[in-house]
Design a protein around this ligand. Sequence first.
Ligand SMILES: [Cu+2]
Length: 429
Amino acid sequence: MTISRRDLLLQTGFAAGAAVVGARAARAQGAPPSVKKAKPTTGGTTYTPVVVPNGTTLPYETVGGVKVFHLTAEPVPHEIAPGLKIEAWGYNGSTPGPLIEVVEGDAVRIYVTNDLPEPTSVHWHGVFLPNGMDGVAGLNQKAIPVGKTFKYEFTFTKPGTFMYHPHFDEMTQIALGMVGMIVVHPKRNREKRRVRDYSLMMHEWEIDIGTGRPNPMAMNEWNVLTFNHKAFPATEPLVAELGDLVRIRLGNLGPMDHHPIHIHGHAFETVYTDGGPVPKSARWPETTILVPVGSVRVMEFVADAPGDWAFHCHMTHHVMNQMGHDAPNLIGADTRGLDAKVNRVVPGYMTMGASGMGDMHGMQLPKNSITMLGADGPFGLIDMGGMFTILKIRKTLDGAGDPGWYEHPKGEVADEATADELARDGIVL
Ligand SMILES: [Cu+2]
């Protein structure tokens, strides 16, 4: 039986759920509501819209068969997580910029207005286009002066996942958040399952504690790591029902860092890079994929195990926030004498970190910082922040929103061993 994409959408109501999520995110960002409907495009192709956790999709108008988009590059106040607000730069009130979502073969006209305090340009990373539309200021075009609007015109000739970013003062503009994703759906869709399609952009920031302006001069001391410019627990979960095909499009336009992104409970295959589709014969199963700077990796797998599965960068500093860096190493140190002395002038003082960093959560945080955020989970503290989110797989979902914590079947949660169990299995303590 052949099931068309439109049938799937009608059967599942997934598009409607995505629209709600997108609209809510758009309002939160002060951006216009996103267009999240599956709609026929050139050639009658329909597609399952990509869900952008914590983000939006760029609306368009069709004029004479051409999809017309408008990006405005501008300063954007942004909240990385509750407690940390930054002065970022982005597009259309959003950082990262809204997703540009089109279909293979679409002709587009993308207007770019520059409301930044300096010139800019837009490079369409990975897209095949005429040289003069490639966006490298000085090489392919004049930089877009402050206050001016430029026009890019080309046709998306190959399907895939690509990105956009400035190619003028790249170090500053990218570090301040001017990045975005592009999804080009294939003209012919062959998916036989319902698809949950997600887009996540990775980024790293240096935000000194108490400050709100990310430091573009940083080269190594990144201390805030994000998915779609949010640090856990502000990252919206990814959701799927058992049997769904999950596609996660990972883009890395961070300034300097590569990210080994790891999934729990499942293995995936990489089906696209920003170069195009990966042939079936060249795929292999993975649980971690390195996404280098300036790259896209698109993973696919079938959601075949219910639960709340961690999905995160495996670099341990990348699931920490600001306090995980530059702190003195006191692990194993006996600081009791020091504590007693400091207590004479600072009553209640206690040196943190002597038995590891887990005890630092819950300490009083400096102003505008997420030094040790973490989050309350169903079993206590989840002591990771930063580039961390949760894939929530359920037998059935009520819409595309957060279904809450997973309820484990009895006997399927690790817990303290009883004396009887230890004795039965000959474990001597
Ligand atoms: Cu990382």
